[in-house]
Design a protein. Structure first.
Length: 512
């Protein structure tokens, strides 16, 4: 009785967590998915009563000898209705038929809080999206299959994706997913309105570091040309400002790139002190507007509309960021070389669930998805002349209120997808060049374990959330502000966190 109750509870929780899967003309509609599920349960029950046997998992999902193998693929964005149509379209493509598989497109509607229960349950789940620390956690809980043996015998697929990306999905001696091939690195830059450069007469080439921007800021102030926008979130400390360092998790420990010898506390470095003093000086001179303390803008594409007075911006950069949906010309000024970090390599991954009954078929479909443009574009954009059309080789969306979407950056190999009509045609060629110029972080491939100091990491993070933003934007006197921050971090246990990081980093260096 208890087992039945647990099973019923698990089924109910999973049903609430799902938005539905689409295939075989279901259109991804939630109600039709429920009806289909009920009908399947009823038929399975009748079959069991008639034969006295449970239907085998191979018979339920197809087999290589006859019926196509069904693969259920889980994405992170919500269903918009046409998942079934697109799955049917993909399933009719000859290369998919040759593989003898039939896919279903399933979506989580963003909320994946019940995913551990789903993984532990009996529901069919074959391939799923993951990323970041969540991916590492699920590998550690044995949710994903190791695909390294498949890749060992498949150099064509392995070489289709840069090795640094495979490194990010390598944990516990195995490879537990296929990383999304897109821009590899992270790079911070200043973006300046070209009209401002012309009016001030400042040569962009004269700016090599963030401190070099002061003559430009002074001229902008004198001519009332706007102000500087600096991201007020902690992410902005990862790179760029500290081009001599590689950042480790939580932005506490940093590694000096010049020797890459050890992990040290960022907030005790001279680099951090110099930056805080610079920001305070700029704030006193009026270069940083007061609202910067509370306003937050992450990307340049919306800044012209919302913050037209911010004519100089410090932000994360990828190729053509300066051209993303803006109606004026921006000049990028790079503060560092692109860096391939653990965060970048683990940002978007599709893994094969350990409970998948046909892992080899799932692997073969993942390979097709990441090497065949027709499959990739169908999954990302939908059906030609239904969801989009091509204009001079570029994609134009036919649905302003789109009935289908899979985010390009999180749905397979971006490099083989269409560019859109509002993007430069050579976007991916530039991505390739940019990727090739990226340097690996000193700790690329490491997986830090903070279990023994997790409470102290939490305490340190809380301190940074309270004290860091006013300090890095120049609203706090530097000397006393830095002293207070570091004392609070010490009280929170930062020394133990740094020691744990450095011990693991030293082991990592020895194993390299």
């Amino acid at each position: 009785m208890k087992k039945k109750l647990v099973a019923l509870t698990l089924s109910a929780v999973m049903a609430l967590s799902l938005i539905g899967c689409g295939s075989q003309g279901s259109g991804g509609n939630q109600e039709s998915s429920k009806d289909s599920s009920s009908q399947q349960e009823s038929e399975a029950k009748e079959s069991q009563e008639a034969t006295g046997k449970e239907e085998s998992s191979e018979e339920a999902s197809g087999d290589s000898a006859g019926e196509p193998v069904t693969l259920r693929i889980w994405f992170q964005e919500p269903s918009l209705g046409d998942e079934g149509k697109i799955a049917d379209y993909i399933n009719e493509l000859p290369q998919v038929k040759d593989l003898n598989v039939k896919i279903e497109i399933c979506k989580w509607n963003w909320d994946r809080s019940n995913l551990p229960l789903q993984i532990a349950g009996d529901e069919q789940m074959d391939i799923g999206w993951d990323g970041g620390s969540d991916f590492i956690s699920r590998v550690n809980m044995d949710a994903y299959a190791d695909i390294s043996e498949y890749l060992k015998n498949d150099p064509e697929f392995y070489n289709a994706i840069p090795e640094s990306l495979w490194l990010g999905t390598t944990l516990r001696g195995g490879i537990y997913g296929v990383p999304t091939y897109k821009e590899l690195g992270e790079q911070w830059a200043l973006l300046v309105d070209k009209n401002v450069l012309q009016k001030t007469g400042i040569d962009a080439a004269s700016i090599k570091t963030i401190a070099d921007a002061e003559p430009l800021l002074k001229a902008m102030q004198e001519q009332s040309l706007g102000a500087m926008y600096i991201a007020n979130y902690q992410e902005s400390l990862k790179l760029g400002m500290f081009d001599a360092y590689d950042f480790t998790p939580y932005y506490l420990g940093v590694i000096n790139r010049s020797d890459a010898a050890k992990v040290e506390n960022l907030y005790e470095t001279q680099k951090f002190a110099d930056y805080v003093k610079l920001m305070y000086d700029w704030n006193q001179k009026g270069y940083i507007p007061e609202e910067a303390l509370t306003d937050s803008v992450n990307w340049v594409n919306s800044q012209h509309e919302l913050y037209g007075n911010y004519c100089l911006r410090y932000c994360s950069y990828a190729p053509y960021t300066e051209k993303n949906n803006v109606d004026y010309d921006l000049e990028p000024i790079f503060l560092e070389q692109p860096v391939v970090t653990n965060d970048a390599t683990r940002g978007s991954i599709f893994g094969i669930y350990k409970k998948c009954k046909n892992p080899e078929k799932a692997y073969q479909f993942l390979k097709l998805w990441n090497t065949d443009p027709e499959i990739k574009n169908a999954i990302t954009w939908g059906i030609p002349d239904v969801h989009y059309r091509l204009v001079d080789g570029q994609l134009e969306d036919l649905n302003k209120e789109s009935s289908y979407v899979c985010m390009n950056w999180a749905s397979g190999n971006v490099m083989i997808s269409y560019t859109t009509v509002n993007e430069p045609k050579d976007k991916y060629e530039q991505y390739e060049k940019w990727n090739q110029s990226a340097v690996p972080a000193a700790d690329l491939g490491i997986v830090y374990n903070f279990d023994e100091v997790s409470d102290k990491v939490t305490n340190c993070t809380a301190v940074l959330e309270e004290y860091l933003t006013p300090l890095i934007l120049g609203f706090v006197e530097p000397e006393s502000g830095i002293e207070q921050l570091n004392q609070k971090l010490k009280d929170a246990g930062v020394e133990d966190v740094i020691a744990a990081q450095d011990a693991q980093y030293q082991d990592f260096l020895q194993d390299k």
